[in-house]
Design a protein around this ligand. Structure first.
Ligand code: ADP
Ligand code: MG
Length: 352
């Protein structure tokens, strides 16, 4: 199976009448006509299978538009969208409905929209019912999902009898049980209080480790994006500013806009030895299996840990692979330079 779940090429979406004509006009003049508004513009993006990709940006930046384009709820004004290799625009209506049912786990919104007149078990099973899974299997899978999110024993309670946090877990269980590899989530945690929100984020990470779905999650919260995303695409006014891992976005922002977004992020928790090390010098060539430096760390060691080691001993650190190969070196200057990119008085607020 291909490692790519979804692929977008030069996707544009304009809202309003005569979108195709508006698009030509916008290309030619850089102006939108009356009644026309920008959804997304020239988005090219690859969504890897089995990972969590985050669409991040301020309100109005085009995140929800992009999400709806992915499962064909919106048609692009221009460009190509492939789902598992299938070009969406070639599908007839019925084929699209079938693909949506088979490939997508539906779309999760704020609050998860639980059904008040169904029990916890009934709520989780409901999505499967829509997907026409047989009753026996439905109930078995719903049971397993409830156990998974720590709601075993609460199968027969109604949403109103569950705490807010438990309701959200229920919603998460329902989403993750559904058939279909791709789960689209539009600001699922935005309406929650900070503590419940952190709990749910942790829950999602834990569940995702097991189910390894392709998740595309929309958020306007950078901390959430960095915490949940294997890949983050940062949008501004419908345009992608940068796509990268959390570490890439924080250590190498593509432009001033991205830099401003990540300015407050605690780099010490996010960056690792591999992103702050210097390449080995010739004398320390990787072929030499026994580097001269006696202090070493693995490439995944966090900057916070490197900082702690360096503060106790200012010797140069070697960064060694699992096989003992020298990948690079870290001097105290490297550590300071990495930290200095943080603005002064940044709170160390990212709790991992
Ligand atoms: N149905 C619509 N009709 C017209 N304009 C829309 C519609 N939906 C979204 N837009 C516009 O598209 C832009 C992106 O919106 P949206 O994708 O909802 O952003 P986000 O989810 O990032 O807040 C906004 O300027 C918004 O006003
Ligand atoms: Mg939105």
């Amino acid at each position: 199976m291909s490692q790519t779940a979804l692929e977008l090429k030069n996707v544009c979406k304009l809202y309003g009448p005569h979108a195709a004509r508006s698009l030509e006009r916008y290309r030619a003049t850089g102006r939108l006509g009356p009644g026309s508004s920008m959804g997304v513009w020239e988005v090219s993006l690859t969504i890897p299978r089995g990972k969590t990709s985050v669409l991040m940006g301020l309100s109005g930046s085009g995140k929800s538009t992009l999400l709806r384009l992915l499962n064909g709820l919106h048609q692009p004004t221009a460009g190509s969208i492939r789902v598992g290799g299938t070009e969406l625009s070639t599908l007839k209506r019925q084929q699209l409905v079938r693909l949506r049912r088979k490939t997508f786990s539906g779309m999760v919104f704020q609050g998860f929209a639980l059904l008040p007149h169904r029990t916890a078990l009934g709520n989780v099973a409901f999505g499967l019912e829509l997907q026409r899974v047989k009753k026996r299997e439905r109930l078995a899978r719903a049971h397993t999902a409830l156990e998974l999110v720590g709601l075993g024993g609460h199968e027969h309670r109604y949403p109103r009898d569950l705490s807010g946090g438990m309701q959200q877990r229920l919603g998460l269980a329902r989403a993750l049980t559904l058939e279909g590899d791709i789960l689209l989530m539009d600001e699922p945690f935005s309406a929650l209080d900070p503590i419940t929100r952190r709990e749910l984020q942790a829950e999602l990470l834990r569940l995702q480790e097991r189910v390894q779905k392709t998740i595309v999650l929309v958020t306007h919260d950078m901390e959430e994006a960095l915490k949940l995303g294997d890949q983050i695409a940062l949008l501004k006014e419908g345009r992608v500013q940068q796509v990268g891992t959390p570490e890439e976005i924080v250590s190498r922002p593509a432009n001033a806009y991205v830099a401003a977004f990540v300015a407050g992020v605690d780099r010490a928790a996010l960056l690792t030895a591999s992103s702050i090390m210097a390449a080995p010098t010739l004398a320390e060539h990787p072929a030499r299996q026994h580097p001269a430096h006696e202090h070493w760390v693995s490439p995944e060691t966090s900057l916070a840990d490197v900082l702690r080691i360096t503060s106790q001993n200012t010797a140069t650190l070697s960064v060694l692979s699992a096989e003992g190969q020298l990948l690079g070196t870290i001097t105290p200057q490297n550590v300071l330079a990495a930290l200095a990119a943080n603005p002064p008085n940044t709170q160390l607020k990212r709790s991992l």
